[in-house]
Design a protein around this ligand. Structure first.
Ligand code: IPE
Ligand code: IPE
Ligand code: MG
Length: 224
């Protein structure tokens, strides 16, 4: 089972408490850890978390810098947590365009968790579904100039072609849009929106996702 989560509402969580937006992002990181452990305990094999979109660069420089700093410093600081909980971390998105310090942190995290097999957590960073499809097409064209491109060719050139498509995409903070998340492989994903702001997520919300998915009838264009 692959669960994709659009983590939204960190800013709202902070403003409700008259705190700076950064405090919401920090609390959001704690929610990530609760959600990862809950998902693993409930048998989720792949969990994709939408961390930073290709559009999030439009935010004030101070907020972008803060988020990049979290990636560069906090991510490797959690290595023990990943190893103790048997969590493998992978990345999806245009990570080569991130600040060098953040890239190094991502690479280290990926390498040092590569033997873990309790759950695979994919962090979508500088990720945009449109950007990923464009990059997949470019990769194919570079290897096969002049050839027509098929659905399978695009699939095979995505960032993580071996990862199955998400079964459910859920979003926090009550929003009901994809905001450029997994556009290609969301083709037949179920969708769920929960009102809880991301920093308030934990066991209860993960269970709601799994329960919702178990009640959906998936037909993939066929008949039930
Ligand atoms: C999600 O929370 C975190 C990121 C997109 C990085 P937001 O920062 O979007 O929170 P709101 O939407 O302003 O409440
Ligand atoms: C989507 O949240 C991106 C991430 C969760 C990383 P946003 O808060 O950026 O999305 P919009 O702008 O409300 O659509
Ligand atoms: Mg938001």
């Amino acid at each position: 089972m692959h669960l994709g989560l659009i983590m939204d509402g960190n800013g709202r969580w902070a403003s409700q408490r008259r705190l700076p937006r950064a405090a919401g992002h920090l609390e959001g990181m704690k929610a990530c850890k609760r959600v990862i452990v809950a998902a693993k305990n409930m048998g989720v094999e792949y969990l994709t978390l939408y961390v930073f979109s290709t559009e999030n660069w439009k935010r004030p420089q101070q907020e972008v810098d803060y988020l990049m700093g979290l990636l560069a410093k906090k991510l490797p600081g959690e290595l023990r947590f990943y190893q103790e909980n048997n969590i493998r971390i992978l990345f999806r998105g245009d990570v080569k365009s991130l600040p060098k310090e953040a890239q190094e942190s991502l690479e280290k995290t990926k390498q040092e968790t590569s033997a873990m097999n309790g759950i695979t957590v994919i962090l979508a960073i500088n990720y945009g579904g449109q950007d990923e499809i464009a990059r997949a097409c470019s990769r194919f064209i570079e290897k096969n100039p002049g050839k027509p491109i098929s659905i399978q060719d695009i699939q095979e050139n995505l960032d993580l072609p071996q990862v199955p498509a998400p079964d459910l995409i859920a979003r926090s903070a009550g929003e009901m849009r994809l905001s450029n998340f997994m556009l290609w492989d969301s083709a037949y994903a179920e969708f769920l929106s929960l009102d809880d702001l991301w920093p308030d997520w934990g066991d209860e919300q993960v269970k709601k996702c799994i329960d919702a998915l178990s009640k959906r009838v998936r037909k993939y264009g066929g008949l039930a």
